[in-house]
Design a protein around this ligand. Structure first.
Ligand SMILES: Nc1ncnc2c1ncn2[C@@H]1O[C@H](COP(=O)(O)OP(=O)(O)O)[C@@H](O)[C@H]1O
Ligand SMILES: [Mg+2]
Length: 252
């Protein structure tokens, strides 16, 4: 494990106790070691071994783990630490992180079943879940980090993903070149904690109204990204098309 890897594990925090019995979703947290992280993921039966760190983010870290010798991506939501208060780090509770992981995993399953190119979900336990590892010797790159050779083709794929997601009652909500990976000539979409699930009927109208700005932003992000390749995407027109169709089909 590299120094960078260890540093990321150092920022994996665990609940210690509720702050002074106050009603708060913030809790005092303590650091857990790499061994403890490994033990958690292994004890949960998600992987047999954690082998390397792919990425460390604000709320989650992503690792490569081995399960029966198969590489899997392991995403672990961790508690936040406050940079200025090292000793008494403040974070969200383990339960909340579990809830966020559960929501993301459920959306991933729905998207996968709808035939959308996402990493195949494997298993979830507590604040962590496993999915197909996209990559070969190294992990698949984000659109952000690539020079595309066939931008028109990938722009079509990206728009197709937004459309198919909505057909599956999902608005991603954080779609950008950071959350699209290119793997074997195909764009895969990842990272769904902000996604809106419109599959249940009650209040769908109101929930769709709330999701509309997210859908608009997703489309604008895609258009902005591809504009650097001079591929023009009319985001407002796409937005009108998709929302009108959804409203006609799924809202009375
Ligand atoms: N299934 C996967 N296969 C390969 N790499 C992945 C996979 N999932 C995530 N990654 C890598 O980990 C990074 C962070 O994952 P992401 O789900 O976007 O978390 P975050 O919430 O931190 O942005 C991604 O940018 C990507 O490089
Ligand atoms: Mg991301």
């Amino acid at each position: 494990m590299s120094g960078r890897g260890l540093a990321s594990v150092r920022s994996f925090w665990k609940r210690k106790n509720l702050r002074d019995g106050r009603r708060s979703r913030y809790v005092e947290v303590e650091e857990v070691s790499l061994d403890s992280l490994r033990a958690d993921a292994v004890e949960n039966g998600l992987v047999d071994e954690v082998v390397s760190v792919i990425a460390t983010g604000k709320e989650a870290d992503v690792y490569v783990g081995l399960w029966k010798k198969i590489p899997l991506a392991l995403k672990i939501y961790r508690l936040h630490k406050t940079p200025h208060k090292k000793k008494s780090a403040i974070g969200y509770s383990v339960d909340l992180m579990g809830q966020i992981a559960a929501n993301e995993f459920t959306i991933l399953e729905k998207a996968y079943r709808a035939g959308i190119p996402v990493p195949t979900p494997a298993r979830r336990a507590d604040n962590m879940f496993t999915m197909r590892f996209l990559g070969d010797e190294t992990n698949a790159r984000r659109l952000k980090d690539i020079d595309l050779d066939k931008p028109e083709q990938y722009a079509k794929q990206a728009l197709g993903i937004v459309e198919k997601l909505l057909d599956a009652f999902i608005v991603h909500g954080d779609l950008s070149e950071y959350n699209m990976l290119l793997y074997r000539d195909h764009i895969f979409v990842i990272d769904f904690p902000q996604a809106v699930d419109l599959s249940s009927r009650p209040n769908r109208h109101r929930r769709f109204e709330d999701a509309k700005p997210l859908l608009r932003r997703d489309l604008e992000n895609v258009a902005r990204y591809f504009s650097q390749y001079d591929v023009e995407i009319d985001a407002p027109a796409e937005y009108d098309l998709l929302t009108t169709r959804f409203e006609k089909t799924h809202l009375d």
